[in-house]
Design a protein around this ligand. Structure first.
Ligand SMILES: NC(=O)c1ccc[n+]([C@@H]2O[C@H](COP(=O)([O-])OP(=O)(O)OC[C@H]3O[C@@H](n4cnc5c(N)ncnc54)[C@H](OP(=O)(O)O)[C@@H]3O)[C@@H](O)[C@H]2O)c1
Length: 291
């Protein structure tokens, strides 16, 4: 029975695929454009070409799977992102309900426990609930804020400015997506777990944005000033960029809904992953800013 991996070209999915190959597994990978996989991976994986928004493709591609890693592929910028994410996951939910899939590992998010009021993350809460109701074994990996979100404003960082609408004094978990891939791969390879499980992936430590600015200043060897902005300012910028109102709500809601959030899962041995922000920033961010 196959282990199925969605978004094998993504940050998390690509790490998962590499680890599965190294474990001697031939994963079934669902990919829009196989040319985006390197040749060695293509040769070793069962490559199924298709779009995750194509319900017929997904239903057929997940059938008979031992375990599916589901990563919601919906960009934050689409019209009605929550609705699109829920619709995209529907064929997987139906396959699980029909007993065509044994286990699902969902890449979820810290904040999904709120179910509503966290913008696009509401969709992950909805997918969790729909999968929980199928009777399949399901594991929700509620992931922290990705280090790689910092790459979305390289221009600002190159000018020495870190802009955020989060409360700059509120500590929250930050994680390297590669470490999420490690946890996901371990769970995909293990088949002793049962029922409905929530496991958080919290990274090495909780950080405030003030602390992040200090860590980046040191790792990048340049002063990074924090620029705390209001949610309304972000809203105006996104509107001016031409995003549909529902997408603006989805993006701003992720920040406003998480402002004071204390994750439902406490940090512990199982949720803590190793890569520190300082090391990641030095290895990944610094070369990009020096380019
Ligand atoms: N950023 C955060 O702080 C955070 C926190 C918690 C959870 N998450 C979750 O993490 C997930 C993103 O994971 P990631 O960062 O590993 O992804 P990523 O690197 O942003 O890559 C996106 C992936 O989705 C694929 N994709 C996009 N649209 C697709 C479609 N219509 N059909 C098939 N594939 C499609 C892309 O494939 P192509 O190569 O074809 O483009 C790519 O593999 C999201 O579901 C998000 O909710 C994020």
């Amino acid at each position: 029975m196959a282990i199925v991996v969605t978004t094998p070209t993504g940050q998390v999915g690509s790490r998962v695929v590499r680890l599965l190959l190294q474990a001697g597994v031939r994963p079934r990978v669902l990919v829009r454009d196989p040319a985006r996989l390197d040749g060695a991976t293509r040769a070793r994986a069962d490559v199924r070409r298709g779009d995750l928004t194509d319900a017929g493709f997904v239903r057929e591609a997940v059938a008979g799977a031992r375990t599916v890693l589901w990563v919601d592929p919906t960009p934050h910028t689409v019209e009605d992102p929550v609705e699109v994410s829920l619709r995209t996951a529907t064929p997987l939910v139906e396959a699980a309900r029909a007993g065509e899939v044994d286990r699902v590992v969902l890449l979820s998010s810290v904040g999904a426990e709120k179910r509503h009021g966290v913008g696009h993350i509401d969709a992950l809460g909805g997918i969790e609930e729909r999968l929980d109701a199928t009777g399949a074994h399901v594991l929700h990996l509620r992931c922290a804020y990705f280090f790689t979100n910092l790459l979305l404003d390289l221009e600002g960082l190159s000018k020495g400015v870190l802009t955020t609408a989060f409360d700059p004094d509120h500590a929250m978990p930050w994680v390297d997506p590669r470490d999420i891939g490690d946890v996901a791969a371990a769970r995909l390879l293990a088949d002793g777990w049962q029922g409905r499980i929530v496991q958080a992936v919290h990274g090495p430590e909780d950080l405030t944005f003030h602390q992040v600015a200090r860590i980046l200043s040191e790792a990048l060897d340049r002063t990074i000033q924090l620029n705390a902005v209001s949610a309304d300012a972000v809203r105006d910028t996104l509107r001016e960029a031409g995003l549909p109102p529902s997408a603006v709500d989805g993006i701003v809601g992720m920040t406003t809904g998480s402002r004071d959030l204390v994750p439902e899962q406490p940090r512990d041995l199982l949720t803590t992953t190793p890569t520190p922000l300082a090391g990641w920033a030095h290895a990944r961010l610094r070369p990009l800013l020096e380019e």
